[in-house]
Design a binder for this molecule. Structure first.
Ligand SMILES: C[S@@+](CC[C@H](N)C(=O)[O-])C[C@H]1O[C@@H](n2cnc3c(N)ncnc32)[C@H](O)[C@@H]1O
Length: 250
């Protein structure tokens, strides 16, 4: 039954008319303007994409941190992967900002609304082993310069995603985690059952190469992080729950 539902949704998705961003002339727009234009809450100001006819409201304000780390890559040819796309607003904005990048987006929903020669949507429910196997087959020969986790923001998912995807990062590539303190603010996202550190504490331990108690990350896995991470930059966005980390791989 699940398979039939998936096939049906995929057919509907493939037939759905999407916005072709290759035809949109948005040259010279800043990353923040692109975030606002396409409607992702990474922007300083954004319409609520889950509500019809929403007014502009305050977003997380992550644009300036993305620009600080990635402005130099603007014209480079590279792969970017975003975990959690929803309608594809941020993938569209990144594809416009990074003029030569190939943008890959993963989601367990078929809500993606955009198309481009440089965007590829990949269906995957990251909780599902067989979906992950299929995903690995698709990306096994690829390396990404930038991987962004803007998925469920559930504590265990963020921990697993970092460990799973870091092997797909290029040398000197970045793993970005948005809203990593959400499990502190929203109980339903905290599935650590008092046995996992919050994500900010995990990042501090990795930064200081100090082992910590975890059911999900063995000491070997922690050693892997200590050896493969060059540095971690953490920033506060505009809202009290807006926290973003830029993790650079060696
Ligand atoms: C915050 S939204 C992404 C917003 C988007 N990046 C943007 O800036 O417009 C989070 C997305 O993560 C997806 N997601 C949540 N859990 C997931 C999972 N287990 N596997 C894949 N995607 C998941 C949701 O379907 C949702 O579309």
């Amino acid at each position: 039954m699940k398979k039939i539902t998936y096939i049906y949704k995929k057919i509907v998705f493939n037939l759905k008319k999407k916005i072709n961003i290759d035809k949109e002339d948005l040259k010279n727009k800043s990353l923040d303007e692109l975030f606002t234009y396409y409607g992702t809450d990474k922007a300083n100001n954004v319409k609520n994409q889950y509500q019809k006819n929403s007014e502009l409201t305050i977003g997380h304000g992550y644009s300036k941190f993305y620009q600080k780390h990635f402005e130099n890559f603007k014209k480079e040819e590279f792969n970017l992967l975003e975990i959690g796309t929803w309608k594809g607003s941020s993938c569209a904005a990144f594809a416009k900002y990074f003029e030569n990048a190939r943008v890959f987006g993963i989601d367990r929903n078929f809500k993606f609304n955009y198309k481009s020669n440089r965007i590829k949507f990949l269906y995957c429910d990251l909780r599902n082993r067989s979906d992950l196997n299929k995903l690995e087959k698709t990306i096994k020969d690829k390396k990404f310069k930038i991987i962004i986790d803007d998925g469920s923001h559930i504590l265990s998912h963020m921990i697993k995603n970092l460990f799973f995807f870091i092997k797909y990062l290029e040398k000197d590539g970045y793993f970005v985690i948005e809203d990593f303190n959400f499990p502190k603010f929203y109980n339903h996202l905290n599935d650590g059952e008092n046995e996992e550190l919050f994500f900010d504490e995990i990042l501090n331990h990795i930064n200081e190469k100090k082992y910590f108690k975890s059911k999900l990350l063995s000491n070997d896995m922690q050693s892997f992080f200590f050896d493969s991470i060059e540095n971690i930059h953490i920033y506060k966005g505009k809202e009290k729950d807006s926290d973003i980390a830029f993790i650079k791989k060696k």
